[in-house]
Write a protein that binds this ligand. Sequence first.
Ligand code: ATP
Ligand code: MG
Length: 498
Amino acid sequence: MPNALLSVHKINKCFGPTVALRDVDFTLLPGEVHGLVGENGSGKSTLTSIIAGIRKADSGEMFKNGAPYDPASVVEAQKNAVAMIVQEMGTAPEITVAENIFLGKENAFREKGLVSKKKLNKAARDALNKIGVTNINPGMPTFLLNLEERKLIELAKAMVDEPDVLIVDETTTALSHDGRELLFKVIEEMRKKNKGVIFISHDLEELMNVCTIITVLRDGDIIGTLTKDQFEEETIKTMMVGRELTGHYYRADYDCNVGEKIVLKAKNMTGAHLVEDVNFELHEGEILGFGGLSGGGIHELGRLLFGIDKVIFGSVELADGTVITDANTAVKNGLGYVSKNRDEEAIMLQASIRNNAVLPSLTKLVRRGMIAPKKEKDLAKEIIDELRVKCQSMEQKVCFLSGGNKQKVVFGKWIGNEANILILDCPTRGVDVGVKQAMYQLMYDLRCRGCSIILISEELPELIGMSDRLIILKNGKISGEFMRSPELSEQDVIHAMI
Ligand SMILES: Nc1ncnc2c1ncn2[C@@H]1O[C@H](COP(=O)(O)OP(=O)(O)OP(=O)(O)O)[C@@H](O)[C@H]1O
Ligand SMILES: [Mg+2]
């Protein structure tokens, strides 16, 4: 197309035997917010990372404003006004916020040979202000910031040079309501200025709200493109999976016949940060949901329960009186934890899928002092099959999996361990609708087998749809409790949140 901001033509990309992209044609017009959607492993990140100069295509052509475009690096893409916020962590933890924002551009801040911290910090503050972020200190080491703050730093970094093309890969799941609003504002401004945005999300509702056009990928093929008037959730889902998704998304029952037995008790649980004087009891075979606004303490609660952070007052106790003091004790006593910070806390990126998947179960796989290789492989295979992890083999390193498939491995390793208390912090973050459905089914099956689940989530429909009971935290304290009921609405719950 003559007036396209960016167009790619017949792009192919393989990773070994995996075809990630097959003859992909894609066009971004000025003023477009172009959604990319598809199941986990369908090729979204691969396509956008080629556009952003992170990887090279095996074959095909790209054009930026009609001229041939073939960036050899991220910096070269940025010089062509193409910027991307990556799906994984895109900031370096050990340097400051300002250094991250101007990484590779420090020369602009040299004074007599030395980088002027003052100038650098000032420029970073301006960059943050420009996207509406005022509460981050540019001189702070990045590792002190949470996931959301780091994503906002990436956004500031991407916007520094006023790109023509902004790519946002699965970022909103890391953002709170306010963070999303900031991002949407930036996107809206780009659209108004006739620039282009490529927006990747698994949240179809959000996608339909934010985008002006949506392209669906499946297994490396472009399936089709929908214009705004054609947006419809069912249509998109069917295009994504190539079949109609049937059955219930969430569980369908409303009889919360949970066990009498109390398997975990939080008594006056108080953490160093946010969680304050929280009391509750978790029953056998219960899905207990925890919701609340960002900053309400739900993620911190999960970390305290699993012993990652220290309980400074009160306690977390199991049925037999064991007190959870650290994560080791938790694992030994049948607790499992899926962290929201997948890449940092939940997975060994350089290890194989097999090694990751069986990790919590190792003691069960030991025979005569050694790990029984057949048992280990069987377990890994079971987990891969049950969660349909898209991979070349169980020996593939986890870092080479797509985002959603990594999440499946994290989830799978605790299922494999037959943990009897699972703490799941945003378990369906970044997974596609098909797998989400499978995870919900799995949670329900586990519950029916007597496993107890703490479901921490930022998605109200998920909490209402899956929980036997739902507790809301506000400013670190319990502000509401709801029993499962077909009448329970999002409105009822929101009241307790704000
Ligand atoms: N570096 C790599 N090495 C090997 N295989 C890879 C690599 N990167 C991606 N793949 C594979 O290419 C395919 C496409 O992956 P991609 O990351 O583009 O998916 P995606 O659509 O972004 O998925 P998700 O929604 O889970 O993020 C997947 O099968 C993935 O496992
Ligand atoms: Mg991806």
